[in-house]
Design a protein around this ligand. Sequence first.
Ligand code: ATP
Length: 589
Amino acid sequence: MDFEPVIQTFEQMEQTSSRLALTDHLVTLLKKTPADMIGKVTYLIQGKLYPDYEGVEMGLAERMALRAIAISSGRSMAEIEAVYRETGDIGDTAGKVMVSKSQSTLFSEPMTVERVYSTFEKIAKTVGPGSQEMKLRLAASLLNDSTASEGRYIMKFVMGTLRLGIADYTVLDALALAFTGDKANRQALENAYNVSSDLGTVARLLATKGLAAVQSVQITLFKPVRPMLAERVSTAKEAMERMGDKAAVEYKLDGERVQIHKGKSRVELFSRRLEKITDHYPDVTKAAMSLACKEAIMEGEVVAINPQTEEYLPFQELMHRRRKHGIEEAMENYPVVINLFDILYLDGKSLTDLPYEDRRKLLAKTVKGKNGMVKIMPQATAAKPAEIDRFMASAIENGCEGVMVKMPSSTYRAGAREYLWVKLKREYRTELADTLDLVITGALHGRGRRVGKYGALLLAAYDPKEDVFRSVSKVGTGFTDEHLDQFYRELEKHVIHKKHARVDAGMEMDVWFEPVMVIEIIASEITLSPSHTAAKNAIREGFGLALRFPKFTGKIRDDKEAESATTTDEIATLYRRQLKVHSGAKADK
Ligand code: ATP
């Protein structure tokens, strides 16, 4: 197939922004394309060589690209660089300096899509020492036999700056029109695209085997499925109304969505954007290998944790995992867990047509047993808004962003954002301006690097009316090794065999202390808590208050006795002030 008609279409598309006109241009091009080339042409239209999940990149350095243009145009690097400074785009630079060449190539063989595509493949696949030089030569050889406008697009493609302004959905429309004559068939194409994430293959199937073949496209291991998404609601009442009489309520963790593809002998991980991210989480990959199934596709949220307390940490902590080097060290310093929330495929069968509650049961079976960091997403069922609210409070206290509410009868709708899943997030986020001085009342033994020390401390605020210390937070972050040694030494004197009579706490600890030592804590905010006892019932019946993302500031307040610690009333006041700041901010909008 000649490259020329492709280029012409691209040029026309650059001139227009109307979606209808863009679709028309594409339809014309697709109709001109031989059936066996449809897949490749579809990828080229999208500015790629393969589907995204293959993670293939051209990898030609900018300087090398400029040199390729210099070599094939016979101009000096200085000249090319000057044009590049002016145009700001390597493709446009090629287009400009190659103008005079179009005459000479008029008499040579026309450039073909086959040659362009296979040279691109070679450029992408050339790796290792000396590969830049090799890539440069491949690019230059293509340019040598191209016209100026071909050269322009070739270099745009190679450098990833081809912007035709089309969404995948426009390509789907065009395919439906070109091969079935009816835009209504686009839904069948879209379904196939949603489960395969591979537009080129969908297009090739359609052109070579027809619509029925497209309709039979199934979920396939190692091809990522486009994720099902959630609509937003602002109250538990609205969430419940959307669900009907029953809802599955889950933690909404603030991490990274990961789709696990587990085969018999390998595991791959894909991001929400369908990129392969297996390298970011070798620990999750390894743990997934031991799940109780031969093959499965599952979804979950990876989240960073504090290994001592198993508290969830904010999303930012995952950034440390996005690296090529030093991943071993990052795994040690920034441990994660994955909480699985869905299963789409199991041992040869697609599960997407099953109701969510049935998928969840299968997921629970698959995750059963010890898989280290692979866990199942905490979930509750709710029939009333109050039950959603209650679960939401414990989710937030545990470091979540809010809850996901899902319809138990819903199938898995790949790529769709509908009210079958809704997200209910906490509405505000304020940094507590003040630090708090809290009393250490208990501790959990340390694990891993903290064996022989305390992993986390249970902290309490003082309630002067009843002269008791009521629990408000567990803290495991902000401690240096010296602190840990010091706490262990100093607290040893105060260890008691059961909870102190003046301590009011609803949770089990490994060690209890006399309430004497006061430390300074900073937190992101105060939240309602179903488990802590500070200011219980003061704000809402059945709830206490807790700290979200608490951290030791490094200051031991040995200048304060326990009775001078922050009081439960002060914490309730801070909570109310937070609400006021929030509603004030809302009123301003
Ligand atoms: P969206 O993914 O909806 O386009 P977004 O990227 O801003 O928007 P959020 O608004 O935070 O994401 O909400 C959806 C995301 O929440 C999911 O993609 C997933 O990463 C995450 N998530 C956390 N917990 C769950 C859960 N229990 N079920 C489904 N998704 C969850």
